[in-house]
Design a protein around this ligand. Structure first.
Ligand code: AFP
Length: 285
């Protein structure tokens, strides 16, 4: 299976530059459809999903492909056992119009989808920032690569969250935060610097780089928050926990959340363990 996982990660690295190259021509183009979560889909979302589906679905040993943009899981296997791919092909695509960071998030599961985070054998995110980087959690360790000119170059190994947290980023609107989260946020903002860019990958990468906490919490208007367990919460939690951090849906690790449906939403909190512990204590009061 390791060979297949390596093939998947190498393929994600190979496709990412094509996703990035396709962005300028699709800057303001909507696809005219909504995704299964009811969100407007951009032409860039569709393009990224098509590129990844074609490349990842062709790998021997990949038997299922599911994405944030597709209603159902696609069976891409040949009847053999294998791994399942859950992908957000272009995370933060609403940042394209404003030319801000976006990403791709990938979970590789050794179980049929929807899978629990504990069944992820690898997870990765690509960050389309000033530099295209790819951060991978595999076999309990995190490695960051620079993707440049067709080359994948490891630039940091055994990545760990810094011990002295610096930044926080919380999604949703302040009036929509439940009181317990609101009070927690008011404490955190006296301790850390606000860094929120509207694409989970960019905001989580700030936390991984500087230490701190990212959350898209449960909202009064959306008790399960906004982010999807399969395509955002679980793979990101896999990476942050492998980097020595913690994750929570408010009560438990995101890796322990029971998958009930492919596009289920979940409150997401990830970062340094002390901040996740305080979050869970605040919500338990
Ligand atoms: P889009 O893909 O629609 O831009 O949403 C991005 C996202 O799913 C995630 O990447 C962000 O953390 C979050 O939504 C931002 O949501 P808000 O726009 O409500 O801040």
């Amino acid at each position: 299976m390791t060979d297949t996982v390596d093939d998947v990660l190498e393929t994600v690295a190979a496709v990412a530059p094509d996703v990035r190259d396709g962005l300028p021509g699709r800057r303001l183009t909507e696809a005219g459809v909504e995704n299964p979560s009811g969100e407007t889909v951009t032409a860039a979302d569709v393009h990224a999903d098509e590129l990844f589906f074609e490349a990842l679905g062709a790998i021997d040993g990949v038997v299922e492909y599911a994405s944030e943009e597709r209603e159902a899981v696609a069976d891409v296997g040949d009847g053999e056992d294998g791994v399942a791919i859950a992908i957000d092909p272009l995370d933060g695509s609403s940042n394209l119009a404003s030319n801000n960071a976006m990403g791709t998030i990938v979970g590789v599961a050794d179980d049929s989808l929807p899978a629990a985070g504990e069944d992820l054998v690898a997870a990765a995110y690509v960050l389309y920032g000033p530099i295209t980087t790819m951060t991978v959690a595999q076999e309990g360790t995190v490695t960051t690569y620079v993707l440049d000119g067709g080359e994948t170059r490891a630039v940091e190994e055994d990545v760990e969250l810094p011990d002295d947290p610096v930044v926080y980023g919380f999604g949703g609107r302040v009036p929509d935060w439940p009181d317990a989260f609101h009070d927690y946020a008011r404490e955190i903002e006296t301790e850390l610097k606000l860094r929120y860019g509207g694409a989970m990958v960019g905001d989580v990468n700030q936390v991984l780089s500087y230490g701190g906490v990212f959350a898209y919490p449960a909202l009064e208007s959306a008790p399960n928050g906004k982010l999807r367990l399969q395509f955002e919460g679980a793979p990101i939690a896999k990476i942050i926990e492998a980097a020595g951090g913690a994750s929570s849906d408010g009560e438990q690790s995101l890796l322990s959340v029971e998958p009930t449906e492919l596009h289920q939403r979940v409150p997401v909190h990830v970062g340094n363990e002390e901040y996740i512990d305080r979050l869970e204590a605040a919500l338990a009061d």
